[in-house]
Write a protein that binds this ligand. Structure first.
Ligand code: URA
Length: 240
């Protein structure tokens, strides 16, 4: 692929901006400054360095973010900054086939929820992961306002009725982590589902953290606000 097209595909701006980057000597491959946008490069395993920052070529972007509290998973946030602000500009601007450029969050976490958030520019992947048909299990660590009793835990697993739907929703697993802490595995993603399930059993969520999606756990090396690319193994794990 031509170097100008590579930079464009990775989100380094318009073709003209990519040319300007090249002309300024900001782009290196294997320690060599490249200025010719027409140079043909193999993209497999290609590591660019742009303004001193290493940038591995990815045809499609799949990343995990350790979402901190105080960020909205929306492109048009109302009260809090958007999670997208935590990502570098190329991930936010890379061209896509859809009308919105850049990566999109796979499902949403509330402003005050922390933990594992996946973002991608692969529309089919986002659709598959977010679709209720696929039942990808998600694990939430919940700290409750009041100590949880056995009846509440049993009810969460047996199914509770939420205020807008007569069909009960049940957790796939409920694991007690402490007097007022529980890990809930859910296969659906209804609006405010964990908070509403806890409210339905007469308790209240004080803190909510998503630790796992499918077989993929939040990388413990990521501090809140940090992100990393997903590996091929991660993409297999997430679908499990
Ligand atoms: N359930 C909630 O109530 N909030 C979240 O952010 C995720 C699941």
């Amino acid at each position: 692929m031509k170097l100008q097209q590579i930079l464009f595909s990775q989100g380094f701006g318009t073709r003209r901006q990519c040319d300007a980057l090249l002309a300024s000597g900001a782009v290196q491959v294997a320690g060599e400054v490249l200025r010719d946008g027409n140079a043909e490069l193999a993209t497999d395993g290609l590591m660019l360095t742009v303004n001193g920052v290493p940038w591995p070529f990815h045809e499609r972007a799949y990343v995990m973010l350790h979402k901190p509290a105080g960020y909205e998973c929306s492109q048009q946030p109302k009260h809090w900054p958007a999670v997208y602000e935590l990502l570098p500009a190329p991930l936010r601007t890379r061209p896509t086939k859809s009308s919105v450029n850049g990566v999109q969050a796979v499902g949403r976490l509330d402003q005050d929820t922390t933990g594992l958030l996946i973002l991608s520019d692969d529309g089919q992947f986002i659709h598959r992961m977010a679709s209720p048909k696929h039942h990808v299990p998600k694990v939430y660590e919940v700290t409750t306002k009041h100590a949880l009793d056995g009846a509440q835990i049993a009810a969460l697993c047996a199914g509770v009725v939420l205020n807008d739907d007569p069909q009960p929703v049940a957790a796939l697993h409920c694991e007690r982590l402490g007097a007022a802490r529980i890990a809930l595995t859910l296969t659906e993603g209804k609006y405010h589902q964990v908070k509403r399930m806890l409210a339905a059993v007469g308790n209240r969520v004080d803190a909510l953290h998503r630790s796992r999606i499918g077989g993929l756990a939040l990388d413990p090396a990521l501090a809140p606000g940090e992100w990393r690319w997903l590996t091929a193994d991660d993409l297999v794990a997430i679908a499990r």
